[in-house]
Design a protein around this ligand. Structure first.
Ligand code: SF4
Length: 231
């Protein structure tokens, strides 16, 4: 099967072969993010959601302009900064968002300290699995410029569950993001202005110095670099 941009064809996730995804990635590499989102909405909505970290609302702003009822998922790990929780509420009100908050069950004390891999797995990945139940696809704001480990991230791929994972702003630079925020008055997490270019849970996120790897404040002092959501 050949999947072509703009055909309006309604394909189910399993219908996309690896060759289809490769062709789509080639097309999307130079396409605007809104075109990628339109393709995703055409093919998967309402069986698609978007995972939001609430660092900023750039992808949300782009997506609701294509489909206002798109489901946005925020995973409350119980360890978020108060600023992040306030941003969730601000963004929800700003866009009248179809927001789904999944809150993790209480965890054993200090699991994040003793076993962050398992903590992330329990807290985040398990909740994302819940959010994706019955879905064919999901979107995230993952970008290649965020970290060397993300430098080759595709725009569209099949995740480990077999669902289609769409990263509409994978090609965006930091400048693209800040320019879009300024041009469209997009709500942002106030921690961005306080030395936190990448914002996760409070115990596992440190501020970073200007010029440092933006994600170096995540799980600082350990080998861990990803929470596992984007696999
Ligand atoms: S980022 Fe830290 S606190 Fe949050 S789920 Fe992962 S290990 Fe737990």
């Amino acid at each position: 099967m050949t999947a072509v941009l703009g055909t309006g064809a309604h394909l189910h996730a399993p219908d996309f072969s690896d060759a289809d995804l490769a062709e789509l990635n080639r097309s999307f590499e130079t396409a605007p993010a809104s075109a990628v989102i339109e393709w995703a909405v055409d093919n998967f909505h309402p069986f698609m959601c978007m995972a939001a970290s609430m660092t900023d609302a750039v992808l949300i702003d782009l997506a609701v302009k294509v489909e206002p009822s798109i489901e946005v998922v925020f995973i409350d790990t119980r360890y978020h900064f108060p600023e992040t929780l306030a941003t969730v509420e601000k963004v929800r009100r700003h866009y009248g968002l179809n927001l789904r908050v999944l809150t993790v069950p209480p965890q054993p004390v200090d699991l994040w300290k003793a076993d962050p891999v398992n903590c992330c797995s329990m807290a985040k990945v398990e909740q994302l699995d819940r959010a994706l139940h019955g879905k064919m696809a999901w979107m995230s704001g993952l970008r290649r410029a965020e970290a060397p480990t993300r430098a080759t991230a595709p725009i569209v791929a099949r995740d480990l569950r077999g669902l289609i994972k769409v990263n509409p702003i994978a090609t965006w630079t930091d400048l693209d993001v800040s320019g879009y925020i300024a041009d469209h008055d997009v709500p942002v997490n106030p921690l961005l202005e306080q030395g936190y270019p990448s914002i996760g849970c409070r115990p596992c996120t440190r501020p970073v110095a200007d010029g440092d790897d933006p994600r170096s404040g995540r799980w600082a002092g350990s080998d861990k670099t990803e929470c596992g959501l984007h696999l």
